[in-house]
Design a protein around this ligand. Structure first.
Ligand code: PLP
Length: 435
């Protein structure tokens, strides 16, 4: 039977363009995908920022196979299975010290919803139920569910979907293109943008605000790296006013910056951390919210037989996902992949910034094993130049990702220096060819 492409309404995809010239992956191993027409494509994006250990990793595959034979599914409510507990313990051991508890979800979006609900319920449990406001940030991406798009700040992800959550406000984005251009690592300018939170607090009253949520490094909006001192100031202000700080680490978790979490990398501890993606190397959907002892313990009151938090998913801590998560974290440890990301980051930085003088390139940003190359838009046709670069790179055997006119790169942490060179060579050639 011919493959009919019409039935599948693809997510975040130009469906008509895709279906007129489909790009299909049929297999993958380590750093490469293979297409239906037998081409190798170097993975410059770890899938969607998730396959941090690369593809078809034997330990992860074997763990899933074995788990399917042993226990395929167990109810998630009022019953457990050993691997969910084992993984939670391993995650706790990997996480920075204050994080003692793990709540499972199935995606980054669900982790965000979970963290926002936890923040509201935490204040309520402590007798501060009037703290209902949530503060996000312009250009923030926190998934696609209603809470996430409400605190998120990407207009296209919001404007079609009604009035969203009420009681939400936004910090300004940390992007200062006039002051911070072609910066290596954290920019010098912009820490003071965190002080905008004081203005929001003055406007609404601290006692009405439950939480501030930010990505420590904003990924999906085009890689915006926090100015030096910015996250520290956000932490200081939120602590001062009894407001929870949530780090959305769906991208930055699991070694992307060369440390287990961005909280470790920046040395700033939030109250809740959202994760997904790299938790299972992207192989089986799973997310997790990491909570401090203080947050968890605020719920552990009342009679023992009562449910403490009315929240959870049919697949929270699913056995197959738990097995994949355990094998993934073991792979990261055994292959020292976070350390590897840290040691490769200088080479990565130099390679990316070697493209600074090429045509169309107006900015380059990097941190850990994340990079962004911003192109000047074609006048009157925003996004088209970067999308054309994506199509050309795919043809030349390199997978990149674009958002607006920004190319975002986030390769698996197993990448070799020669493969970094390949990405740069292919992109450099394309920038010279592009209209
Ligand atoms: C920071 C952040 N939060 C949440 C999400 C949503 O994750 P998911 O697509 O698994 O729902 C993403 C996805 O890219 C993300 O980057």
């Amino acid at each position: 039977m011919q493959n009919d492409l019409s039935a599948f309404w693809m997510p975040f995809t130009a469906n008509r363009q895709f279906k007129s010239a489909p790009r299909m992956f049929v297999s993958a191993e380590d750093m490469h995908y293979r297409t239906s027409d037998h081409k190798q494509v170097l993975d410059g994006t770890a899938g969607l920022w998730c396959c941090n250990a690369g593809h078809k990793r034997p330990k992860i595959t074997a763990a899933i196979q074995a788990q399917a034979e042993e226990l395929d599914y167990a109810p998630a409510f009022q019953i457990g299975h050993p691997k969910a507990f084992e993984l939670a313990t391993k995650l706790r051991d990997m996480a920075p010290e204050p994080f003692e508890h793990v709540f499972y979800t199935n995606s980054g979006s669900e982790s965000v919803e979970t963290a926002l609900k936890m923040a509201l319920a935490y204040h309520r449990a402590r007798g501060e139920g009037q703290r209902t406001r949530l503060i996000g940030r312009e250009r923030g991406y926190h998934g696609v569910n209603f809470g996430g798009i409400s605190v998120g700040g990407i207009p296209n992800n919001r404007r079609m979907f009604g009035s969203l959550l009420t009681g939400v406000d936004h910090l300004p984005s940390t992007h200062l293109p006039d002051q911070n251009r072609f910066v290596k690592g954290q920019p010098e300018h912009g820490a003071e943008l965190a002080d905008e939170l004081e203005k929001i607090i003055a406007l609404h009253g601290a006692e009405t605000i439950a939480a501030v949520i930010v990505e420590p490094v904003a990924g999906s909006t085009g890689v915006l790296i926090p100015p030096k001192g910015y996250l520290e100031r956000l932490r200081k202000i939120t602590t001062k006013h009894g407001i929870l700080l949530i780090f959305d680490e769906v991208i930055t978790g699991f070694g992307r910056l060369g440390a287990p979490f961005a909280a470790d990398y920046f040395g700033v501890m939030p109250d809740l951390i959202t994760t997904a993606k790299g938790l299972t190397n992207g192989v089986i959907p799973m997310g997790a919210v990491l909570a401090t002892g203080a947050i968890h313990d605020a719920f552990m009151t009342g009679p023992d037989h009562l449910i403490e938090l009315f929240h959870g998913y049919t697949y929270s801590g699913n056995p197959m996902a738990s097995a994949a998560g355990l094998a993934t974290l073991e792979t990261y440890e055994e292959e020292k992949l976070f350390e590897r990301a840290a040691s490769l980051s200088a080479y990565w930085e130099k390679a990316l910034h070697s493209m600074a003088d090429l045509p169309h390139v107006i900015d380059i940003r990097n941190i850990g094993l994340i990079g962004a190359i911003e192109l000047a838009p074609i006048p009157g046709e925003p996004t088209k130049r970067a999308f054309n670069a994506f199509l050309k790179a795919f043809e030349k055997g390199v997978l990149i990702r674009t958002t607006g006119d920004i190319i975002a790169l986030s390769p698996p942490l197993i990448i070799q220096e020669s493969q970094i060179d390949q990405i740069v060579d292919v992109l450099s050639g394309i920038f010279k060819e592009l209209d």
